[in-house]
Design a binder for this molecule. Sequence first.
Ligand SMILES: Cc1cc2nc3c(=O)[nH]c(=O)nc-3n(C[C@H](O)[C@H](O)[C@H](O)COP(=O)(O)O)c2cc1C
Length: 386
Amino acid sequence: MLRYLTAGESHGPALIAIVEGLPSGLALTADYVNRQLKRRQGGYGRGARMSIESDKVEFLSGVRGGITLGSPLTLYIGNKDWSNWSQIMSPDPEALVEEKVVTRPRPGHADLAGALKYRHKDIRNVLERSSARETAARVAVGSTARKLLEELGIEITGQVLQIGGINADIGKNDPEELKKHLASSQVLCADPVAERQIIDRIEQARQKGDTLGGVFEVRVHGAPAGLGSYVHWDRKIDASLAAALMSIQAVKGVEVGMGFNGAALMGSQFQDEIFYQKDRGFYRATNRAGGIEGGMTNGEVIVLRAAVKPIPTLYQPLQSVDLIDKTISRAAIERSDVCAVPAACVIGEAVVAWEIARACLEKCHGDSLDELKENWSHYLTYLRQV
Ligand SMILES: Cc1cc2nc3c(=O)[nH]c(=O)nc-3n(C[C@H](O)[C@H](O)[C@H](O)COP(=O)(O)O)c2cc1C
């Protein structure tokens, strides 16, 4: 079983993840993971924190000579900002916990509910962990899954479809052009016209002390039919993918395939008719279902979209109430992004990679990569010949 845990505070010494269940024999280097970490840090509209950090992973266990051992992987990402916070965030009883205290909860954050739930008097104790800094660990974890999926011929791509109400027109681009533009886009958007407008909109928001949200899409290419299951609610792959995407900070909605737009169609307009070709097996000419039917992949491209709300920390803060003395005051300001939709998309790719890798291992098993690939190849042959 593939599973992981993460730990670490935003201004603590490091972020840590422990990954268990990755087969032995997978080639995995820090450079590979670091490329994804770098993508997460990018995107026009990020705040000053991203210029302090340059996230790099270190494997503390589970990899030897660039190859996974089959034992638990420990991933370590140091926080450079720790040097500025070591006395305030120190675990020692002598820590300077009276400094940088936060008592004015920010609307839209975990601040208020988190302080009430855990009986904290200093909201810093909440925001240090609820912050999206934690997602660096999840991107590192997702990269290990992405590497495994590459071995199985499965590719994960992501792109931003909308920021601040400006929609990308992606219909006109062919996939190769799209890939080329995405690689250089500052907002992970395949439409260069929309990209320019989005950058202007982000600048306008920044000048007003305001923030933006948007929509991103993640696609999974090469997943065969039969990942996930219809037999029980917690084995449905659309459910696990939606939960993974919803768990990303600021994601407020998830769609599969046509999603909410499909709800207005007739059944005859929505369902994807079934075709068959010798040596290809069953396939569809349309993909309104987004590659998932009955809690299982159906062999078509998996299409997922997520809506990201605008960043809650505002440099022109909204009203709040002080946690301690109950006075009405403006919400606290923590160093913050104006827009993080491109970064959220990279995180989306990572969490989707993880869920797909988990489903692949569940379907075909394998303590070693070789064993997994043998089982995988048998299954693909069966699907082509059935
Ligand atoms: C990549 C990324 C970066 C984010 N950066 C910030 C930020 O700088 N400031 C902020 O207030 N919220 C930021 N957020 C959003 C908050 O973390 C999130 O809204 C908050 O934790 C509350 O969770 P919820 O929106 O899921 O309810 C970011 C989210 C993501 C995905």
